[in-house]
Design a protein around this ligand. Structure first.
Ligand code: NAD
Length: 305
């Protein structure tokens, strides 16, 4: 199987490319990435071919996609705060970029697996979040990811294209960068603890997240591609293990053996309060899937740092 991973030089994308090339029945693995947040170094030493360019370039997509058996579409402008700073840029990449990728896949008749986000649930307070709940985005990022999944499902319905849209929750693990303004919470906390700088918590720290180890996520993605799984509904990719941000900090203190200088700051606009996935549909489509437990995944992540 030849597989194109858009955003393949990013955190989840590079972990996926590494997983795919390690599997015996994989042919060519191509990462298409504009390196805006990803890095060629994430693919160093692998057999993955990096094509540097944008998903907004339909000519470039047409030069690659027809030789593929599947496309995993992960390229995006991630992060809620980044979308607050420039909503149009997020829309451009996440919404228009997705339609551009889908058009190339439709022309070539290629299976598409794409990344949406738990942020689409937004202000919906029900826990756990199941896929039939109403979506109420709280940020331009969430709105743009809702557009991502809506287009993916619409291409399945309109053109009979085999498609699957996953809602990722908080994915963490090796290759996730720290040390920049938009860093995710796990690498930001580990980085601060190792450097002895303040651990910044936005709000009281009792907001909760459903953390998923990247190794688990890429195994599901690879399995979806190999078995050509499609679905006419979005599918949560998390397991309902909800942890508060304060408990995450405590867990990381235990693992690193280092103290944390916790500083509470103002809650951030656009952030949801609680997040926890219902995993029934995921388990129906991927029976037997087991997740790496949080303590084990965090320990592996700290070791990678
Ligand atoms: P990331 O920033 O590491 O990866 C995104 C990749 O897309 C980067 O390599 C970036 O350079 C690339 N990219 C951006 N714009 C592009 C463009 N126009 N053309 C080509 N490449 C482009 O982020 P990630 O955490 O690996 O996220 C991967 C996907 O998962 C994204 O779609 C994101 O919205 C989604 N997601 C991630 C999480 C998470 O917890 N990490 C949660 C929910 C959803």
């Amino acid at each position: 199987m030849n597989i194109l991973v858009t955003g393949g030089a990013g955190f989840i994308g590079a972990n996926l490319c590494r997983e795919l090339v390690s599997r015996p029945n994989t042919g060519k693995v191509i990462a298409l990435d504009d390196l805006s947040t990803g890095s060629a170094a994430n693919l160093a030493g692998t057999d993955v071919e990096l094509v540097e360019g944008s998903i907004l370039d339909s000519g470039l997509l047409d030069s690659v996609v027809p030789a593929m058996d599947a496309v995993v579409h992960l390229a995006a402008r991630p992060s809620v705060p980044r979308s607050l700073a420039d909503p149009v840029a997020s829309h451009h990449v996440n919404a228009t970029g997705t339609v551009t990728v889908l058009e190339a896949c439709r022309r070539a008749g290629v299976h598409v697996v794409a990344a949406s986000s738990s942020s689409v649930y937004g202000a919906t307070a029900v826990l756990p979040k199941h896929e039939d709940l109403a979506t109420r985005p709280l940020s331009p990022y969430a709105a743009s990811k809702l557009a991502t999944e809506a287009y993916v499902l619409a291409y399945g319905a309109s053109f009979g294209l085999p498609t699957l849209a996953f809602r990722f929750f908080n994915v963490y693990g090796p290759l996730q960068p720290a040390g920049h303004a938009y860093a995710a919470v796990v690498p930001a906390f580990i980085d601060a603890m190792l450097r002895g700088t303040p651990v910044r918590i936005f709000g009281d720290g009792l907001q909760s997240r459903d953390f998923t180890y990247v190794g688990t996520v890429v195994r599901v993605l690879a399995d979806a591609v190999m078995r050509k799984v499609s679905c006419d509904r979005p599918v949560n990719l998390a397991f309902g293990t909800r942890v508060s941000v304060l408990d995450l900090a405590r867990e990381l203190m235990d693992i690193t053996g280092l103290p944390a200088d916790i500083r509470h700051e103002q809650p951030r606009a656009g952030d949801v309060r609680d997040s926890q996935a219902a995993d029934g549909l995921l388990r129906e489509l991927f029976p037997g899937i087991a997740q790496v437990p949080l303590e084990e995944g965090l320990a592996k992540t700290v070791t990678w740092f």
